[in-house]
Design a protein around this ligand. Structure first.
Ligand code: ZN
Length: 85
């Protein structure tokens, strides 16, 4: 497979298809999703750890996004209440 990315030479690479990733966690996620059948125990464990920490980050992002929307909503509501009277 040819390398079409401009990733640096020391970037973590998938040992199955050679694709480069910015972080070890992203490589572990890629290996689990694309090459799960070929992984050994350690690589599967790394995938599961990466998967769970990714889910946790996503959950925390959703909560922060919801909090920001609620704050924005009430900010506009209060501004409207003050300005429109
Ligand atoms: Zn791969």
């Amino acid at each position: 497979m040819t390398n079409t990315t401009d990733a640096p030479d020391d970037a973590p690479r998938c040992s199955y298809c050679g694709e480069a990733f910015p972080t070890e966690r992203l490589r572990a996620l890629h290996r689990g999703l694309e090459h799960y059948e070929s992984l050994d125990e350690g690589e599967r464990a790394a995938f599961e750890d990466a998967y769970h920490s990714e889910s946790e980050d996503l959950r925390s992002f959703r909560l922060r996004a919801l909090a920001a929307l609620v704050a924005l909503y009430f900010g506009f509501l209060m501004t409207y209440a003050v300005v429109a009277v």
